[in-house]
Design a binder for this molecule. Sequence first.
Ligand code: IPM
Ligand code: MG
Length: 380
Amino acid sequence: MDKTKILDAACEHFRALVSEQLDRAEKMKNREVVDFAALDRVVIGFCGGDGIGPIITRESMRVLETLLADKIAAGKVELRPIEGLTIENRLAVGKAIPDDTLAEIKKCHVILKGPTETPHGTGMESANVAMRRELDLYANVRPVSVPEEGIDWTFFRENTEGEYVLGSRGFDVPGTLAFDFKVTTDEGTRRIARAAFEHAKKTGKTSVAIVTKANIMKKTDAKFSAICHEVAADYPGITAEDWYIDIMTANLINEQRRASFQVFVLPNLYGDIITDEAAQIGGGVGTAGSANIGDRYAMFEAIHGSAPRMIERGCGEYANPTSIMRACVLMLNHIGFTAEASRLSAALDKCSTGEGRVVMTGRPDGATAAQFADAVMKVM
Ligand code: IPM
Ligand code: MG
């Protein structure tokens, strides 16, 4: 092992990363926010994705065509299918998002995206992570509610930096060691904190939990917490409380205390992990929607993956579209169609619980995604 050579390579690698991250931090200072209320026409793009993605996305589009029929007829909304975000195509062009697909995506205002498969062993980045970065979708907003238990949580997961931003750009010395990098910027933290506190204020919530591991990650997480507290100072009446991620994961399964939490703000990786836990508490990862919000674009998706095994078994048509339809509710709210959002949300509640429940098993003994969508449209 030539240590000097390794050190030189490491310095060069790190230098390039720091330079690029400084540029990203600088760019973040110039924010331009789209006001959806002021748009004459909203374009909603649909990316099917892989596995069960095209099936559940197709059914969501059918529901939205009915729900938004008047607005579509009046030219206020366009539903636009976007081709090309498939694993085959991505592997063929060697890009997480093919250039022409990305160009089409950027012509829309908001995107509904089916789950995409992340190829293993090719080094290719996940399409999700790439889209969040390309469209600067910095807020991953994941609500979970269990009304009968008094649980009404909203997670604000930072979505563009932290452990993810350089996740495919680590440094390793094969056979000896490996490094990954975590990056937290002031502005990146400020904007996610602002989103969380604004949401708390708008919805009449009184507390925001700042969840980090600042006792260990002394640079990045300590910065994250400090900046969240700076932002909190602008919100009198809302308490900002620090928690460590380990005890917070325990708190969420503590039935005596979990209903006391309201809004959470967290760095990327902790947010990824804890929102799966929360979704499971809220009825399973098949039932939760996820919003990826930026200043200019927003993307809405199911919280689950592409379920390739369902396709292999020939059961794709039996996939449960609840999660992506919950994402549609989040999307409708985001673009200001709150009445339609409430109608869809109430219809989904009716079809998921109680007497009107459509039984989805993921197999031929249950309903198909199309039957579920039909039932939703009937009660919507
Ligand atoms: C999510 C997913 C993604 C993530 C994967 C698919 C890259 O787990 O949206 O939570 O880690 O963010
Ligand atoms: Mg996840």
